[in-house]
Design a protein around this ligand. Sequence first.
Ligand code: GLU
Length: 419
Amino acid sequence: MSVYSGPVFDMAAQQFGVIADYLAIPFDERDRLLLPKRAITVSCPIHRDDGSVAVFEGYRVQHHLTLGPTKGGTRFAPSVDIGEIAALAIWMSWKCALVGLPYGGAKGGIRVDPALISRRELEGLSRRYMQEMIPFVGPHTDVMAPDMGTNEQVMAWFMDTYSMYQGQTITEIVTGKPVSSGGTLGRREATGRGVAYLARRVLNHLAIDLAGATAVVQGFGNVGSYAALELHNFGLKVIGVNDHTGALYDGAGLDIPALARHAAIHGSIAGYSSELQYDPAEVLTLRCDVLVPAALERVIDENIAENLRCRVLAEGANGPTTPAADRVLDQRQDEIFVIPDILCNSGGVVVSYFEWVQDLQQLFWEEEEVTRREYQILDRAFDLMVKRARQDGVSHRTAAMAIGVEKVRAAKLTRGLFP
Ligand code: GLU
């Protein structure tokens, strides 16, 4: 039992156990690799619009500092707790190591439903959270980014708050900022684009014609909407989409650019069409070529895994598939091609890394260069994963995580234990 215990942390620990057994990591090394370096919990009081004061709980977990600063998003959601944030920080570590970034993993969050507070309250909360975090973060200590429930505007408030305290503008303290405030071109689209790019690569590998192919996207936030748009641009028919407000289905293919415009204006897919409404519970098991879970963790359990009818599972979300579901997928004869989360959604943190590098150098790149380099990194990690999975007869998830864990382990072993 630890302070992190809970369903999401237990899942990250179970996944790590599988990898540690596969790599035959001695037991006395395992806790050092798995348990976070530090976890910070803060109380963030704000003035509500009605004059009252409300206090929200915030967290930041920094998993390891062995390879450089920690890196990871900040999630504003009612479900946030320290265990979930710790699990997400651990997944960030394996993700950054897999794709070769000089970072450890981190994640932060506030337990709040951002839809239930005003923009002014959101600004106050974002600023107070960053102010509470100042002793623990820095451009060479821990670099924040967006995640579920946060966006470029929140990053701009974080950057401004940090900078005001330092007495100078320090853009490299967060990534995912607006381009007007030191952000990079291509970051907003990076995660969704990377998901679609890898899905297309797998479709080509499976000799599935893009023009006749179908996709389903669960979640229509930053990741889901840009993944859907890019898949649509590649010629796929996106037949099903859902978000927290409901689901839409059109066998002929949804008009994704129109839906994305609607969601950008209204904040969700609600109100887009009454004729196309669909049962959200059915979305994940629709027959399709590419299924993109791009919402919360643990949505694909063993029952859903039995009933999936996709050819490619492109995990846009972090941790969408439980270890029990992994075992089902490993045994299914029809072989669903899984692109595991730590590879599939890594385009976001890859371009965050480019943003940090550009901010440190004050030398900015064209969008074409950002995206070309993003795809190059994704291709390299994809090749490594597929080769390892084939060689050792293990799943893509095991191969991808093992590559990440091995890199962190090697760095810890060569650096040694201080003092
Ligand atoms: N929150 C994103 C993730 O889970 C991005 C993190 C980042 O850009 O640092 O990968």
